[in-house]
Design a protein around this ligand. Structure first.
Ligand SMILES: *Cc1c(COP(=O)(O)O)cnc(C)c1O
Length: 394
């Protein structure tokens, strides 16, 4: 394996070259226009027939292709070292369209524990009535994952996982999946293409909630998948136009804008998160910090850096509600990846939808707090946490 530091420099250099809008329009704008158009007309019968015959790919209707959306898709494909990408109106739109494109009645999916909560709900609510079974495995136990693979149709990965940030050994797991001819899909939202390049480690399809770091400003909900031209074409053919979760041109434009600062933002989220994680680890009322930087799992090898999202567990002395209510700079809210610092107390989300709750299913403790280190002054962030811990100590 190439040294991660060198890999990281290469990936960042590529991302920096993608900042510019290289298409030439007659007015040469530095920012691409928004093609806010539902349809695109044809100059002649021949041109229309050619487009419908698939002889020339060009926008026909914006539930299929739209030039602003295509600009975003092209940048994601380049960042993930993929041949093609397809954008969606949400991360869940990307997940559901991808799973339903490849799984059908009688199939079994192997999925890692602590997968994103609504992916878990989608698997539990929508797949059993379609005759698709999902088996959950501890993704950090590589032999266990491999043992579950034989006979499965799909492998669904997320490393690090939601809420507890467990890692998976991508190289070994995908080698086994390839041997058994199982299609592998990974949710790479946490790392972004800058901090993990799953396709280079044998994964077939990489997906993102672009609502998080790719957008980066908490103003857009979107998703995207990337992979080989053949696999993306299968999604385009089987589910994408019919489930209809297409991305809007304006949101694609916001995402293209967000991508321009992705390298800058990710370096800063990384350093902010590392400062907070280190201080939390040395705090007397913190029992455990769940940040991949402290892991010695082989899954660390594919991470080229760390984003700003991680969790910690406070001691029993800390009243979680009092802690949450004392924070002033960190705001309480779901999602992450924007400029702002956020926190989620597991104790609140554990109350969500009894029966189909990924956190109670996979076992997340009541004393767990997830934080997103935003771009604010890091000393303000630390004193906010420190004061809140002090005032919540019983
Ligand atoms: C938010 C999130 C999703 C879902 O994305 P949406 O854009 O909200 O539909 C998927 N995976 C992870 C890891 C997420 O955090």
């Amino acid at each position: 394996m190439i040294a991660p530091d060198r890999d990281r420099a290469v990936v960042f250099a590529k991302a920096e070259t993608l900042l510019t809008h290289d298409d030439r329009f007659d007015r040469d704008p530095v920012v691409p226009p928004i093609y806010q158009s539902s349809l695109f007309t044809f100059a002649s019968f021949e041109e229309m027939a050619e487009a419908f015959a698939g002889e020339r790919r060009r926008p026909i209707y914006s539930r299929g292709d739209n030039p602003t959306v295509q600009e975003f898709e092209a940048k994601i494909a380049a960042l993930e070292d993929a041949k093609a990408a397809r954008a969606f109106s949400s991360g869940m739109g990307a997940i559901s369209a991808t799973i339903l494109a490849f799984a059908s009645s009688g199939d079994r999916i192997v999925c890692v524990n602590h997968v994103y909560g609504d992916a878990f709900r989608f698997f539990e609510k929508m797949l059993p009535p379609l005759g698709i079974a999902v088996e959950y495995v501890d993704g950090s136990n590589t032999d266990g994952v491999i043992a579950a693979l034989k006979g499965a149709k799909l492998l669904y990965l997320e490393t690090p996982t939601s809420m507890v940030f467990d890692l998976q050994d991508l190289a070994r797991i995908t080698a086994a999946a390839r041997e058994y001819k199982i299609l592998s899909i990974i949710d790479n939202s946490w790392a972004t293409p800058l901090f993990q390049q799953p396709l280079r480690h044998g994964v077939d399809i990489v997906l993102h909630s672009a609502s998080k770091y790719l957008g980066g400003h908490s103003d857009t909900v979107a998703g995207v998948i990337a992979g080989s031209a053949e696999l993306i074409a299968e999604v385009n053919d089987r589910t994408y136009p019919y489930l209809g979760a297409k991305l809007s041109p304006f949101e694609a434009w916001l995402l293209v804008r967000g991508l321009r600062t992705l390298p800058l933002r990710m370096k800063h989220h990384e350093s902010q998160g590392l400062v907070l994680a280190d201080r939390l680890r040395r705090h007397g009322d913190v029992a455990r910090v769940m940040h991949p930087v402290y892991s010695n799992h082989p899954g660390r090898a594919t991470l080229l850096g760390f984003s700003g999202l991680f969790s910690f567990e406070v001691t029993e002395r800390i009243n979680i509600a009092a802690f949450a209510n004392s924070l002033r700079v960190f705001r309480m809210g779901v999602s992450w990846g924007g400029h702002e610092s956020l926190m989620v107390p597991a104790a609140a989300t554990l109350r969500q939808t009894p029966g189909i709750n990924s956190m109670s299913q996979f076992g997340v403790s009541n004393q767990t707090v997830r934080i997103h280190a935003g771009l604010e002054n890091v000393e303000d962030l630390w004193s906010d946490i420190d004061i809140a811990l002090h005032s919540a100590a019983g």
